[in-house]
Design a protein around this ligand. Structure first.
Ligand code: VGL
Ligand code: ZN
Length: 195
């Protein structure tokens, strides 16, 4: 039997309308909501029922204010997704689907830039990969921000761990359009389904 789950990568305000606003971000949020609806139709919208049949997991970029990826602290990115700020919050339209146990933070250590959500941790210290295994997941659907960085690294780690990975191409946002297309092409060559 196939068991599917959805992983929503870094759909946080700094990547949508904040310091690192990405292209197609508003549209990606809308398309993600449509996708969730299409997968959960007929379930009455009850959160627990949705979670039973189609778990939705979230990753968050979650940095301290002096993170080493920020300009001013040795890095190249503007300050973004600082823990406790609006920029670090998940878009409000998605909040009905957010569940603490299924929310995984990464980039928390100031010395490490962690693009992949795979090793992100929930508040109980469990990783995304660990929880997907506990859920007997075979197929992981991925959407979020940004194609070239966190989405790509998360997809590649999922693939390496043995999951079948399906990237929802209408539900992703990106830093650069050419970079996005190049990343999609390379991911397809690696065996990630672009759907
Ligand atoms: C990301 C740049 C810096 C991402 C995170 O989520 O793709 N990009 N930190
Ligand atoms: Zn970051």
């Amino acid at each position: 039997m196939r068991n599917s789950a959805l992983v929503i990568v870094d759909m946080q305000y700094d990547f949508i309308d904040g310091s690192l606003a990405c292209r197609n971000a508003d549209n990606a949020v809308k398309e993600t909501l449509k996708y969730i609806d299409s997968q959960t139709k007929g379930q009455g919208g009850e959160e627990h029922e949705i979670l039973d049949t189609f778990p939705i997991l979230f990753t968050r970029d979650h940095h301290p204010a002096d993170h080493s990826s920020f300009t001013g602290f040795g890095g190249t990115w503007p300050s973004h997704c600082v823990a406790g700020t609006r920029g670090g919050e998940i878009h409000e339209a998605l909040l009905p689907y957010v569940n603490e146990e299924l929310t995984f933070d990464k980039g928390c250590d100031r010395t490490v830039e962690q693009y992949s959500g795979f090793e992100g941790m929930n508040s109980a210290g469990q990783s995304l990969g660990e929880i997907l295994e506990l859920l007997d997941t075979t197929d992981v659907y991925v959407c979020g921000i940004a194609t070239e960085f966190c989405v790509r690294n998360t997809c590649e780690d999922l693939l390496k761990a043995g999951f079948k990975v399906h990237l929802l191409k209408d539900c992703i946002a990106y830093v650069d359009h050419d970079g996005h297309l190049k990343a999609l092409k390379e991911m397809a060559e690696e065996g990630i389904g672009i759907e």
